[in-house]
Ligand binder design. Structure first.
Ligand code: GP9
Ligand code: MN
Length: 687
């Protein structure tokens, strides 16, 4: 035993031993920070394992640099690196406490509101245990100072540091592979900074962030103000006059944008086991005062929900890779729906979502879009049973949103993002009200159950709008953000739809998602125009009577007779009433057969239109070109004016400077939340 201890202490007296000790202590410290200071959402054994080991490769690489040096300076170097890294961790802990997100380069460069929001309150949020992240540095210093460990000053054989660095790279490769196998497209889609930290560690996230930001800022800094000219010209040449019959019919109304997670159009009127899956939505779909679209497509890319949000509120396409909300949402200038409606028509805007604010970088992108409020998961009562998958269960989420909706000054623009009907479509027994389908495909068969649950939650919400009279004062827009069943499940889709040999053509057709505009007195009906998410903003602005003539928008009013019915998909494929393109194959949309008659010129014309629009839109985002586009009467949004800190927001709601126009005010200060009825079993269990 003695010999082992002796051997161990001898090893620590070597420089390699010291480096490994530093890595070990650093790892312990990050485990402490990850589990007590952040909320990474670690689930299962793989994620736990990765969370524990993820600091090792990068620290081995960084601290390992000390092995290339000789003398005391190698130790000093290691301690400085360790100290600086701890300062960084410490800063992230403080930032996270306020924003539930990590620091990024863009935020630090000052375009965000870190200093603004954090500066004043730093002392207020500091906890003594935060300083524990410096403990490992202190221990190492003390060990050296009291000569418990002696410095090993000689130069090492060059093979040792090279071996350590190579091992670090190898370990990192293994870490990344394991992470990707648990969460594919982790680095290309970048849904949430929390995910990258959970899987790869804070330092890797920072390196990733710096590389990514350097790349995007280089493109932006090269962009010139004249770059907007060709875009402005394209807009002018392709301007679509909106349908005047509908101009302003919703003027001054509240707007609800109801995001139906992963809901595809084929669920509308779909029956399973002799029952309608979505009876409430079906009813709305067929009502006379609902404008329903049955040829409306999702157009998202890797950004999925984020792309849908971007298109709906900016009429700009998502990027070919990743999510523009993440890569450009913090830094770019936008002319988005919330800001436009605020400035043009005095709307208060709010987004509601029962997930963490960092997902899809909403906490920052929403500020750039001018959202006054962002009610994310920390505004809601949290309980384990209230959550499933990515966030709160829809019934509880919508019910608990009512308390904030009734406080919003009217007119308001409120977006409610549901999430229960999300892959992998799991739902607890108590909430299931229809049986699973029987395709035998595990990821597909629960879909009708979560879709039914979503539908029921919408039914309850609509009922509350009726009870409170909000339904008469509002225009309610429903949309499905993207497919629920991906093209990896063609066999199951064939069974669900009855289409034999469900193929690529069918898959393109099944990108249809619901889009409905519901309003008291609206001239409704089922409209067969082909269109997609890019067209929502111009359509809605026309209904609200807001002129969009000078805006940079890649969609057009769906109700206009001039509306182009060529619907672009993010990969350059498209669907139109006559032609569908998938890869290099052109189909006849009516028959689903490969179209051999279509001329080369026609193919090129359609295809060019689609790729031109996609690439012009990419240019706007990559070059941050809206900063150069002068929109008459519009003042550029200043992100610093916005804060989604709960205490500040709630105070602001109560003391709104706008005259007292909320639902509560209209009801003599009395809450109308009691009128909300839900059969959510979790809530009746509470009683
Ligand atoms: C998470 C939710 C899901 O907050 O919006 O996003 P998705 O995975 O559908 O893109
Ligand atoms: Mn989604």
């Amino acid at each position: 035993m003695k010999r082992i201890i002796k051997g161990f202490s001898n090893f620590l007296n070597t420089r390699l031993g010291f480096v490994l000790l530093a890595v070990f202590l650093y790892t312990l410290k990050t485990i402490y920070a990850y589990t007590t200071k952040f909320n990474l959402g670690v689930k299962g054994s793989i994620q736990t394992f990765l969370m524990i080991i993820n600091p090792i490769p990068i620290m081995l690489l960084l601290f390992g640099l000390a092995l290339y040096m000789k003398g005391r300076k190698s130790y000093i170097f290691l301690l400085i690196v360790d100290f600086l890294d701890s300062v960084w961790l410490f800063s992230n802990i403080l930032y996270y406490r306020e924003f539930s997100d990590f620091l990024t380069m863009v935020l630090i460069k000052g375009s965000g509101s870190v200093a603004n929001n954090l500066g004043k309150s730093i002392l207020g949020i500091l906890k003594p245990t935060d300083f524990l992240v410096f403990l490992d540095v202190l221990i190492l210093i003390l060990l050296l100072a009291f000569h418990v460990i002696r410095m090993d000053v000689k130069r090492l054989n060059w093979k040792i540091p090279v071996l350590v660095s190579s091992l670090a790279v190898l370990l990192f490769g293994a870490n990344l592979t394991l992470a990707e196998s648990d969460r594919s497209q982790l680095l290309t889609r970048t849904f949430d900074n929390n995910y990258i930290v959970k899987y790869l560690g804070l330092n890797v996230f920072n390196i990733y962030d710096v590389v990514k930001t350097t790349k995007t800022t280089a493109v932006k800094s090269q962009a010139k103000s004249s770059d907007i000219n060709s875009i402005e010209k394209y807009m002018k040449d392709n301007y679509v006059q909106p349908n005047v019959e509908y101009t302003g019919v919703a003027k001054g109304k509240n707007v609800f944008i109801i995001h139906l997670e992963s809901l595809q159009q084929f669920m509308i009127d779909y029956k399973w086991d002799g029952e309608e899956v979505t009876p409430n939505l079906n009813k709305i779909y067929h009502e006379n005062n609902t404008l329903s679209f049955d040829n409306f497509f999702n157009q998202v890319g890797q950004g999925k929900t984020a792309d849908a949000e971007l298109m709906l509120e900016n009429s700009l396409f998502g990027l070919p890779e990743g999510s523009a909300m993440v890569t450009d949402g913090t830094s770019n200038t936008f002319q988005a729906a919330p800001a436009i409606l605020d400035q043009e028509a005095g709307y208060t805007s709010a987004s509601f979502h029962g997930d963490v604010p960092s997902f899809w970088n909403r906490d920052n992108a929403y500020k750039s879009w001018g959202y006054d409020y962002f009610f994310s998961s920390n505004y809601y009562k949290e309980k384990k049973s209230y959550n499933i998958g990515y966030g709160m269960k829809d019934k509880i989420f919508l019910k608990d949103s009512a308390q904030y909706i009734e406080q919003l000054p009217q007119p308001f623009y409120a977006k409610l993002i549901t999430v229960t009907n999300h892959y992998p479509y799991t739902l607890d027994k108590k909430n299931q009200s229809i049986s699973k389908t029987d395709t035998g495909d595990k990821t597909v068969d629960g879909y009708v159950q979560t879709a039914r649950y979503l539908d029921e939650s919408i039914g309850e919400f609509m009922n509350w709008l009726k009870e409170t009279g909000l339904d008469k004062k509002s225009m309610i827009v429903f949309y499905g953000d993207h497919y629920g069943i991906s093209d990896n499940h063609k066999k199951a889709m064939a069974k669900l739809t009855g289409i034999k040999g469900f193929d690529d053509f069918d898959n393109a057709q099944y990108q249809r998602v619901p889009f409905m505009i519901h309003m008291d007195g609206l001239k409704g009906g089922i409209n067969h125009t082909y269109g997609g998410e890019i067209d929502v903003l111009p359509t809605i602005l026309n209904l609200l009577g807001v002129d969009n003539k000078n805006m940079i928008q890649f969609g057009s009013d769906l109700l206009s007779s001039q509306h182009s019915q060529v619907v672009a998909f993010r990969n350059g494929d498209f669907v139109s009433p006559t032609v569908t393109k998938v890869g290099s194959t052109y189909y006849n949309t009516k028959t689903g057969k490969v179209d051999k008659k279509i001329s080369k010129a026609e193919k090129e014309k359609l295809s060019n239109k689609v790729t031109t629009e996609l690439s012009l839109s990419d240019r706007v985002i990559n070059g941050d070109l809206l900063r150069f586009h002068k929109l008459p009467g519009f003042t550029t949004v200043n992100k610093k004016d916005y804060s989604y800190k709960k205490s500040t927001a709630l105070k602001r709601l109560k003391s709104s400077e706008k005259k007292k126009t909320s639902l509560i005010d209209e009801n003599d200060g009395k809450s109308l939340v009691d009128l909300y009825t839900t059969d959510a079993p979790e809530l009746s269990d509470d009683k």
